[in-house]
Design a protein. Sequence first.
Length: 170
Amino acid sequence: MHVLTTFVDSPVGPLFVAADETGLRAIEFRDNRHPVRRDADWQPGDSGMLRLARTQLEEYFAGTRRHFDLPLSPRGTGFQRAVWTTLASIPYGETISYAQLASRVGRPTASRAVGAANGRNPLPIVLPCHRVIGADGALTGFGGGLPTKRYLLALEGALPRESALFGCVG
């Protein structure tokens, strides 16, 4: 199965985007903490899926899109996929704690495991792991860096814009 890749410009820097025939496989920030494994069949290219992802990401950053409507094809364990699917249920502009996410996944005592799965999310923004914060409200680890997390939360209205260094962080 061929995976086509491209870069999408964004206010948080260039985003590496990958898709196969079944859906979106990866979105990565420039200095991603946990890059997705790339096989030999990953090649720069263009496809309807990548064009759709580009359009929806541009709409999100323009403030006109609150929900993504893309076929997704992330690779991970069953537990990771359960966590990632649950991320999609966190409403735009809202945040939850890792403990709340663990409860929603049905594993209320597994906050650390849920946090680890959250950190390996291959589709940030679309599966909004940036909406998960510490129980005390602190912005904790994020694959794209805390300034990017602040920017995304401010864009969505979950943080005051002035507290997020609102503007280009890329």
